[in-house]
Design a protein around this ligand. Structure first.
Ligand SMILES: [Zn+2]
Length: 76
């Protein structure tokens, strides 16, 4: 019975040490970076706002679509 208590104490100490080590290694990782805000532009033709990556570039500015670039008379 004495050895059973001793065994439980040893297992408890090992479990505590392992969980503590796992927590420490996880804390060492860099935190996940939040998504960066996208640059927004407004269409020269209709004024709608959209992400810069989705814009269509023309000679007179940026457009929301190819149709609006043509409708604005921008021939690139
Ligand atoms: Zn537009």
């Amino acid at each position: 019975m004495k050895y059973l208590v001793l065994l439980l104490v040893v297992v408890g100490v090992l479990w505590f040490a392992r969980s503590r080590a796992g927590r420490l290694s996880r804390r060492g990782e860099p935190p996940a970076r939040p998504p960066q805000p996208q640059a927004m532009i407004s269409c020269v033709h209709c004024g709608v706002h959209l992400p810069r990556d989705d814009a269509v570039a023309g000679a007179q500015g940026l457009y929301c679509s190819e149709a609006h670039r043509l409708a604005h008379g921008d021939r690139r």
